[in-house]
Design a protein around this ligand. Structure first.
Ligand SMILES: [Zn+2]
Length: 89
């Protein structure tokens, strides 16, 4: 027990952010609201814009992030995301 504790991070899973400090910082978002987020299924999402919903608050349009935007490391494959989200499309 206690082996999953990551210094300076309270809840970011160590599956993402381990490739470079920039992504790690973007995910931890200590000084800003990050547009990167790890979904409930465990995949990494990048918010690409806002969508206006009728009678609702504007929502973020998220897209799975397959490669690190900072160093280019492959983070997850489309097949992995599909398997995790079980999206039939
Ligand atoms: Zn990276």
């Amino acid at each position: 027990m206690g082996e999953t504790v990551v210094a300076g991070s309270d809840k970011s899973p160590d599956t993402f952010g381990g490739c470079c400090a920039d992504l790690n910082e973007a995910l931890s978002g200590a000084d800003f609201e990050p547009l990167l987020s790890v979904g409930e299924d465990g995949d990494l999402y990048l918010s690409v814009g806002l969508i206006e919903l009728e009678d609702e608050e504007p929502g973020f349009v998220d897209h799975p992030m397959f490669f690190c935007s900072f160093c280019g490391t492959g983070l997850q494959s489309p097949d992995e995301v599909r398997a995790k989200t079980k999206d039939p499309s």
